[in-house]
Design a protein around this ligand. Structure first.
Ligand code: SF4
Ligand code: SF4
Length: 174
């Protein structure tokens, strides 16, 4: 028998969704809720209602920044960032295209850079994202240039002694 969405999310995230009593505290503190369609507490309810299609095709699961604000505000200690992570994994496994254009590309580039260098490197990521995404190449160029001039986006990645360990982590997780 096919697993329900609730079971899949609970086993991937380890969170007890039924503890949510919809106090809305998570959603009130979420920094990206304005850009979402439903918001974190509605997403939790929709999982329990098995509204797979609406959730897995929504941009909400891709817009979640994993900032953990919701988790720290929740009186029931529900880690919604982990739930969103589980939903993204399920969407990818089911072959559902990301509800937010280029979000999956961004995730893959980030992980690819971390796997290769053992750390994040914004300049490499931004360069690749500009080339491969649908975002016009000139968009945000002025703020990007300011960051470069202030040394906030180093051209070369710094050294990291743990690159081999990070690569091992990736190998194990694959
Ligand atoms: S803060 Fe916790 S209990 Fe309240 S709505 Fe959000 S997930 Fe549910
Ligand atoms: S982890 Fe995601 S859902 Fe929670 S507050 Fe941050 S952006 Fe919003």
């Amino acid at each position: 028998m096919e697993k329900t969405l609730t079971c899949e999310v609970q086993s991937l995230s380890g969170e007890a969704l039924e503890l949510c009593y919809h106090c809305h505290k998570c959603t009130a503190g979420c920094p990206v809720v304005e850009a979402m369609t439903y918001g974190p507490d509605r997403i939790l309810r929709m999982i329990l209602l098995e509204q797979d299609d609406e959730i897995l095709r929504s941009k909400d699961i891709w817009l979640c920044a994993g900032c953990y604000t919701c988790a720290t505000r929740c009186p029931n200690d529900i880690d919604i960032a982990a739930v969103m992570d589980a939903l993204r994994q399920i969407a990818v496994a089911r072959g559902i295209p990301a509800g937010e254009r280029d979000a999956l590309l961004f995730h893959r580039l980030f992980l690819g850079v971390v796997q290769r260098l053992g750390r994040s490197h914004e300049a490499a990521m931004l360069g690749l994202f500009k080339i491969l995404s649908h975002v016009p190449i000139y968009k945000d160029m002025d703020s990007g240039a300011r960051l470069f001039l202030r040394g906030k986006v180093p051209v070369l990645p710094g050294n990291t002694r743990s690159a081999a360990e990070v690569q091992q982590i990736f190998k194990r997780s694959h």
